[in-house]
Design a protein around this ligand. Sequence first.
Ligand code: FAD
Length: 483
Amino acid sequence: MSASPRPVIVWFRSDLRLDDHPALSAAIKTGAPVIPLYILDDGIGGRWKRGAASRWWLAKSLEALASDISQRGGRLILRRGETISELRHVADEADASAIYFTREYEPATIALENQLNVSFSGGEILLKRYGGGLLREPEDLRTSSGGSYQVFTPFWRAFQSDLTVARVIAAPEKLEAPACSLTSDDIADWALLPVKPDWSGGLAEAWQPGARGAQDQLKTFVDDALNIYAKDRDRLDHFGTSRLSPHLAFGEISPAACWRAATSALREAGASERSTETFLKEIIWREFCYSLLFHFPDMPDEPLRKEFATLEWSKKSSDLKAWQTGKTGYPIVDAGMRELWATGYMHNRARMITASFLTKHLLLPWQLGEAWFWDTLVDADLANNSANWQWVAGCGADAAPYFRIFNPVLQGQKFDPDGDYVRRWVPELAGLPAPFIHAPWTADGPALKRASVVIGKSYPAPIVDHKAARSRALEAFEKLKRV
Ligand code: FAD
């Protein structure tokens, strides 16, 4: 009788799904029993440890993954501690022969993979690393001079030129659990849910974390909104985007699955070519941000354009507080910030408006906004967050020019023409008619009275004057050119 093979570990990280998972499918192909493992390592990430909204999502996503695994006969093992020692403990306890995992691209996770290689080199336990988190690996694309791309358009052209998107890897029907019994933590003991304040009610209402939620979201988007994506994606008052970002950030769905769903809608269901291309371009923006982070690991903390390090930012903490709590007196900014607090998400257009307001109108450092988003976004993603903050602030690789300063009133009128987005998130202004909703201080007395709005009391007066703030920002940014 032949001895049964030693089990293999599948170490889950930001890849909390069972389908389209190259590491898992390779592990299953060995024919050995599989130990699905997740390790909560509080020592990883430094300043960029998971934020509060992400921890909520992680808890829910792990519950979903554990349920998907148990339906297939397996068991997700949860351990808390230092990653390498926990991997070693579990491998020793189960006499595992290999650890299968998906590679990651953040400075801390890259450093961890390097340490792992050292720690397990020459030993009995094989390390097997796979892709799957991106459509193309960041090392794949090089400019003609051998460097990395820093501008999106050439990156996008090169990216598409010889792209092949791997075929679907179906989730395994069965997972054979190992014979040995392994202890597992109880996720409730990890205290991942917010306590003070507990704002998880709004998060739970807005989202369904987990692979099933991700697939449903993708299907709803492709069926209902892909066709109008190019037209509606900037409208704050419409549900015109996919809302897949947290699912992608936690790897509950692969970018390849999103790519295939959109391209097959184009080929087979006659989806709009322009809309499909616009959507695919956003998926490539994600890849671009990852490539930037991979090549510029300081990006979350340091401006890519070095002259920005000398900018004389404001230190006014009351302005930061007003921005965080959605009390700037500019309704479109406040609506975005309150949507973020209530749901852990903010529409992309509102992210651009609020980020521009923080860095230009308030002249506060982009890193402060980046940190607030990091803590409150369910889709907080180091590459996307830092690249986009730098882009809006003007200090990024392929950034918006510093003199592009959004006028929050005009942005509101353009992307929320009837004021429905503001009415939803800033209910104290709900009674104002559309012509005043984005600039309530311009409403006449009777209009304010009818809407029960008292500027400075029921809703704040603008904390800065647009024209004066714009001139101050331009002056500060102009100085940089002389550095
Ligand atoms: P869709 O419009 O449906 O796009 C599909 C997918 O493409 C998104 O899920 C996302 O993965 C990717 N994508 C879209 N826009 C961008 C972009 N500008 N950059 C990179 N990838 C993009 N996105 C995050 O995932 N995490 C963040 O922490 C994050 N922080 C941001 C901070 C600022 C200041 C700004 C301006 C943008 C930020 N974004 C971030 C990018 C973008 O706002 C979100 O990805 C998008 O709003 C998510 O909504 P959606 O899934 O409906 O997007």
